[in-house]
Design a protein around this ligand. Structure first.
Ligand code: ACO
Length: 336
């Protein structure tokens, strides 16, 4: 028998430094009109000085734990979705474990699925709780893309921002399961359409490789087409797996890449745009952090009124995509 799973709390943290579209137009051949009309983004947050992805993740985790009313010592696993962390190793989740001061030896690991990472991490967490292996898992989404962007490439650097979100996924206190479905997908055939290579040279005793700068590159049009096709199908698939239909979905909280993608997805699903949450105007695309940041703000602002069936949906590099259906109620302090 599967153990029922609930989301106990959710939180976020954004770096303080705000970069507006006008700020970017001072260093690039771009303007607020182009960026706003093509993407819906007005400003984004970026790390500054030695501020790190693990610091953002740690602060988001404290916020989620507080909102869940859970003491950090009750955690029995940390999973971090990240594609732009501080280091390849140690993992971001191990760094958060250290910052939390937890020395109990609980497992901590990262998941790389770009902007779908949070959905993947939730799916993994759900399985560990469902099967009785864990009671409380901290699921993090954190990315610092500002350090892997080519700030002279106007086609990509205007799109991204830094941030972190976190969620406490737990065994339900009652018999009700509230993580109703999580569906994940990947297709490696288009892996080169969106990537961040690792820079580095071959061993000096062999033929050198063609060097690639360690910057994000993207085929924007391909990713746009992929998103508007994959997200609606993925939302419907997750709802069906939960035994629900589109009419049962109270809110859609998708990955925040581009407002035009959300408009197209709403049209294709035949749903009102009013139930689709968007906050990329303030933060840009924060990659794996975007869904938990959006979900926290949707709750805090009262956009999402609980109890509610919420679908979260991600898409990104890999290519990867996936959606989850969650029932939000008793969300503690996260509720506005
Ligand atoms: N400012 C001004 N002009 C610009 C800018 C800019 N910042 N960027 C590009 N342009 C110009 C181009 O040079 C081009 O000019 P040209 O016609 O003279 O050649 C023109 O604008 C059109 O460029 P396109 O790239 O064709 O613009 P498009 O309408 O496709 O919009 C965009 C680009 C916004 C990137 C869009 O393709 C998109 O949103 N794609 C999806 C991206 C996405 O969702 N990425 C996140 C994936 S999640 C993850 O895993 C990280």
């Amino acid at each position: 028998m599967m153990i029922p799973v609930s989301i106990k709390g959710i939180g976020k943290y954004l770096p303080e430094k705000v970069i507006s579209n006008d700020d970017l137009s001072a260093i690039l051949d771009t303007n607020d009109e182009w960026i706003s009309s093509r993407t819906g983004i007005k400003e984004r947050r970026v790390v500054s000085g030695n501020e790190s992805a693990s610091e953002l993740a740690y602060k988001a985790s404290l916020n989620a734990l507080e909102n869940a009313g859970l003491d950090k010592t009750e955690l029995d696993m940390i999973i971090a979705a990240t594609s732009a962390p501080d280091h390849l190793y140690p993992s971001l989740s191990c760094e958060v474990l250290g910052k939390l001061g937890l020395g109990s030896g609980i497992p901590a690991f990262d998941v790389t699925a770009a902007c779908t990472g949070f959905v993947y991490a939730l799916g993994i967490a759900r399985s560990f709780v469902q099967t009785g292996q864990c009671k409380n898992i901290l699921v993090i989404g954190a990315d610092v893309h500002s350090r892997v962007l080519d700030w002279s490439d106007r086609a990509t650097c205007v799109l991204f921002g830094d941030g972190a979100g976190a969620m406490v996924v737990s065994k339900s206190d009652d018999a009700i399961n509230r993580v109703l479905s999580v569906k994940m997908h990947a297709n490696g055939a288009k892996s080169s359409e969106l990537k961040i290579p690792i820079a580095g040279k071959n061993c000096p005793l062999v033929e050198p490789r063609e060097e690639e700068p360690q910057f994000l590159s993207m085929n924007g049009r391909e990713i746009y087409k992929f998103a508007v096709n994959s997200v609606p199908a993925s939302v419907l698939e997750a709802l069906e797996d939960a035994g629900l239909t589109i009419a049962d979905m109270d809110y859609l909280v998708p990955h925040q890449a581009n407002v035009r993608i959300l408009d197209a997805v709403s049209d294709r699903l035949g749903i009102s745009r009013d139930i689709v949450f968007a906050n990329m105007d303030k933060y840009g695309n924060t990659s794996a952090a975007s869904i938990p940041i959006a979900l926290t703000e949707a709750l805090e602002s009262g956009f999402v009124k609980t109890p509610a069936n919420v679908v979260i949906s991600g898409f990104g590099a890999g290519l990867t995509w996936g959606s989850a259906v969650i029932r939000l109620e008793n969300m503690g302090k996260t509720n506005g």
